[in-house]
Design a protein around this ligand. Sequence first.
Ligand code: FE2
Ligand code: FE2
Length: 295
Amino acid sequence: MSQDNYKKIEKQIDTIPPLSPVTSQLLAIISEPNHSLQDVVTVVETDAILTSIVLKTVNSAAYGLKDTVETAVDAIRFLGDSMVAGLAIKREKSGISDAPLTGYLADADASWAHSLKTAIAARYFAKRFSNGKVREGVAYTAGILHDIGKSLLSSLLPAESFQSINDSEFLELEEQLLGINHAEAGFMLAYKWSLPKAMCEVIRWHHEPSKAAEEFKTLAYIIHLADITAMMSGSGTGIDTMRHSIDSEYKKFITVDERGLELAFFEIQLEYNQTFKAIQACFDSSKSVKSEEVK
Ligand SMILES: [Fe+2]
Ligand SMILES: [Fe+2]
């Protein structure tokens, strides 16, 4: 990597606000195989804003619940702990899951849509096709976080020159232009933030899952397939969409056939549509509350 770019990326990592203690705790809890719902509730309840985000999301029109959910415990039981961790990540000041990626020609909405759809697809594959090897919460949160490196490289990328080169693997192109790809840059940030080991590993290898450590390989292939699924169904992140090849070895780790994949595409899209609407409504209303506070 050219020394210049390396320094720029290191500098950017230093300027990105660290994860809040609540988000870090939630990620750590979800990585624990024996955690309980109450563990998550206890952490969420220490944070009034996150509690209100969780309640607003569950009560959004997108879910159409008959009765208003009034307690954090009921909301978390309904949404699931992984989605609550996803909301905590979305709320982060760093905007890592929904940053506008100008260098990739993707706005904040496209960036978030890609993170969310990858997360939903990853949880779907983990639940049905990982033979119990990958927990749903870990798959979902890894899906939300897998492209955090893009927010580091975005400002350094000359997007226009990318468009004229169509036949290269995008990861190689990033390496040629910047000396580093977004997966490696994301790993540097994940390591700095002391994210759980599984997260660091899949952020680093989501485009090259065969290189992941043996114990994280199934998870890495799940994020790999979920990422491609999101791109194929129209939720990419701008210029790199469909410019990453699929490692067909995924079939050794994810027991899904063609028919299963077709159904998966359909069901993931349905869940995504509903979830995206619920979260969007909640964050749009949070934005207006914030601007009221500023006045
Ligand atoms: Fe990626
Ligand atoms: Fe991605």
